[in-house]
Design a protein around this ligand. Structure first.
Ligand code: SAM
Ligand code: SF4
Length: 359
């Protein structure tokens, strides 16, 4: 077996190397974090880019077993924020020099939804004189719809594979055409084909997930030539079917530490991609996202969803910042990012270098 020092001196990593990095003890993981910080500095620099997150609707026609806003959960208020209120959030982001927003919602494929997203994209560009960069994250759609939204102004898309292991994917989703592993892979291919900067990611610490599965996730991102990653710990929600498996889970601390190791290892394997510090990290540790920045992440998605709706977008329990206004979050975040040693790329899109380097 190689030593951690030997592995960290490499620039190409085998499956075994990745497994060893993810299995590292406290001493090993601190070396990994240090190396990932220097790779980040040398490849993407020490700037963090903001993406103001608007969770514009919790209406979803899917039933993922892990998610608190799944269609089958009858104990939540469903909402669909008005276009005016969403555009107000976009204006807030633009006025605060966040150069980008993320529109995220439950999945729907009806015409009303498709047109609403299109109008939002167009108007967001209009009111910011084309300056706002837009990522969308609204699930699997047809090639036509992906193209339409691209033409309306979106240029990045996030669609997590959730787990790149087909068997595990099937365990965490119902067994039907709406939750099909091959369709998800096909959707990711369509996003790339359409020209989006394509982001994916996984949940870390799912029931029965192994370190080998997580190493394969990293290899999947590499093989898929992905531009952006958003991955974070799985956090159980009492009103979901997967809650029954809570006794199989790693502790929250273990899930958190594994998420940091995944981010650091990924930074070594794919030095020039964008890596988001997922909100779920903050649900476990108040400064979890800043810890992720220190070990390789370079994107943060401050929540700018109007406060009244935040309690209804609870994917998991303990979701942070649900009762703070966007500006409260902004002030505390800026200070914490500086403490983490990064500066904020105000007014810059901060697109994936990996995407640019491919062109
Ligand atoms: N509906 C779209 C989709 O599924 O791609 C976008 C919204 S969905 C809520 C965004 C992400 O939330 C999912 O990709 C999933 O990884 C994450 N998520 C859902 N439930 C979660 C949980 N219990 N713990 C951690 N992350 C969760
Ligand atoms: Fe819907 Fe996305 Fe939640 Fe699945 S993860 S139930 S698609 S919101």
């Amino acid at each position: 077996m190689k030593s951690i020092d030997n592995i960290l001196a490499q620039s190409v990593f085998s499956r075994e190397d990745i497994i060893q990095l993810l299995s590292s003890d406290v001493v090993g993981r601190n070396k990994l974090y240090e190396k990932a910080a220097s790779v980040k500095r040398n490849h993407v620099g020490n700037k963090v880019y903001y993406r103001g997150l608007v969770e514009f609707s919790n209406i979803c026609f899917k039933n993922c077993y892990y998610c608190g806003i799944r269609a089958g959960n009858k104990n939540i208020n469903r909402y669909d924020i008005s276009e005016d209120a969403i555009l107000k959030a976009v204006k807030y982001a633009h006025d605060s020099h966040y150069a980008s927003v993320v529109f995220q919602a439950g999945e729907r494929d009806d015409d009303e939804f498709i047109e609403k997203v299109c109008r939002l994209l167009r108007k967001s560009k209009e009111i910011t004189k084309g300056e706002i960069g837009i990522t969308i994250s609204v699930g699997e759609q047809s090639e036509e719809v992906y193209q339409k939204w691209f033409d309306c102004g979106a240029h990045r898309f996030l669609l997590r594979i959730e787990s790149s292991n087909r068997e595990l994917f099937n365990k965490i989703h119902p067994n039907n055409a709406k939750h099909d592993f091959d369709k998800r892979i096909a959707a990711l291919r369509l996003l790339k084909k359409t020209g989006y900067q394509t982001g994916t990611g996984v949940m870390i610490g799912l029931p029965e997930q192994t370190i080998e599965n997580l190493a394969d996730d990293i290899l999947f991102f590499e093989e898929f030539d992905i531009d952006m990653i958003g991955m974070g710990p799985y956090i159980e929600h009492a009103e979901t079917p997967m809650f029954e498996q809570k006794d199989l889970l790693w502790s929250l601390d273990e899930r958190f530490n594994m998420a940091l190791k995944m981010i650091a290892t990924l930074r070594l394997v794919l030095p020039d991609i964008n890596i988001a510090a997922a909100t779920a990290l903050q649900a476990i540790d108040q400064i979890g996202r800043e810890k992720a920045l220190k070990v390789g992440a370079n994107i943060i998605m401050p929540n700018i969803t109007p406060t009244v709706h935040r309690t209804d977008y609870q994917l998991y329990q303990n979701k942070p910042c649900i009762d703070e206004s966007a500006s409260d979050c902004n002030n505390c975040l800026e200070a914490r990012i500086k403490i983490a040693g990064d500066s904020i790329g105000y007014g810059e899109w901060g697109d994936s270098l990996h995407f640019k380097n491919k062109k």
